[in-house]
Ligand binder design. Structure first.
Ligand code: SF4
Ligand code: SF4
Length: 279
């Protein structure tokens, strides 16, 4: 059976917040009985854009991560809800019933993604409902997907086997696989948010001038084992990405034609720019 899935491409999110505004526009002051109570004007971000800076000048980047209800198939919020206040629809969407969930603040704490917001005035837990009310009214995708100009949010409806192929083809990942919640939201280029890099620049002196070295061979090793290799670009820059934060000591071995080999040791916590390495 076809079910809804959301694909979020971290590399394409520009933090424009249009999806956030569309969600507010849809829900502030609007009750959708059976789906969601009205969102308060202030304090709620059912679509929440987090950010992460990596590296240091001149090699740095920033990533934006939209976090929203993951519509988990193995949802901890459902386990903590009483009186059937949370249900999973046949199309995969999780709905917190705005009437049955009244007073059930424990649902907020049960969500490991911090995707549930407490409505103090109505005394109900609330989360992004995948615009189920619009989809049931004939919409082809939720508003967040329709307004995202960069394609950072895509909604697809397909059976789980077909989506498993999409996951493999596009290299999609769960935000927190360690939670074991089987989310229906999957992320692309997640390394931009949760992994780190080692980068640097190679330069050489000739005839009194210092120039970038293009095509230098750079090898990254850890505990004597080769992790990866690359070549410097036209600016002499190199970068090894998708490394684990706080993963310890690494060595960069740099070989540039016509120059003596050079090694640099790096201890990796957050992303590191190893500086300009003179060969
Ligand atoms: S609309 Fe798209 S690009 Fe803008 S914040 Fe939302 S996900 Fe990111
Ligand atoms: S993300 Fe949180 S609120 Fe949404 S289904 Fe999963 S556990 Fe429940």
């Amino acid at each position: 059976m076809s079910k809804w899935h959301l694909i979020v491409d971290v590399a394409n999110c520009t933090n424009c917040n249009v999806c956030v505004l569309a969600c507010h526009d849809e829900h502030v002051d609007n009750d959708f009985p059976g789906y969601a109570g009205a969102m308060p004007k202030h304090g709620h971000n059912w679509i929440n854009i987090k950010s992460k800076e990596r590296g240091a000048t001149p090699m740095m980047d920033i990533a934006f991560l939209p976090v929203l209800c993951q519509h988990c198939d193995n949802a901890p919020c459902m386990d903590r809800a009483r009186d059937g206040a949370i249900s999973k629809r046949a199309d995969g969407i999780v709905i917190i019933d705005p009437v049955k969930a009244k007073g059930q603040k424990q649902i907020v704490d049960a969500c490991p993604y911090d995707a549930v917001w407490w409505n103090e005035e109505k005394e109900i837990p609330q989360a992004w409902i995948f615009d189920a009310h619009l989809l049931d009214d004939g919409w082809k995708e939720p508003r967040a997907a329709t307004v995202c100009a960069t394609g950072a949010i895509r909604a697809v409806k397909m059976d789980d086997a077909a989506f498993a192929r999409t996951i493999a083809e596009e290299g999609l990942e769960e935000l927190h696989p360690e939670y074991g919640t089987k989310p229906r939201v999957m992320y692309k280029n997640l390394h931009r948010y949760n992994k780190v890099f080692i980068g640097g620049s190679v330069e050489a002196e000739a005839d009194g001038n210092v120039d970038c070295v293009k095509g230098a061979h750079v090898t990254l090793t850890k505990d004597g084992a080769k992790i990866a290799e690359t070549f410097t670009d036209v600016y002499g820059d190199f970068k090894f990405d998708k490394l684990d934060p706080d993963s310890g000591d690494y060595t960069l071995d740099i070989a540039a034609e016509g120059h003596p080999a050079k090694s640099v040791n790096v201890t990796l916590g957050e992303s590191v720019y190893a500086g300009e390495v003179r060969v």
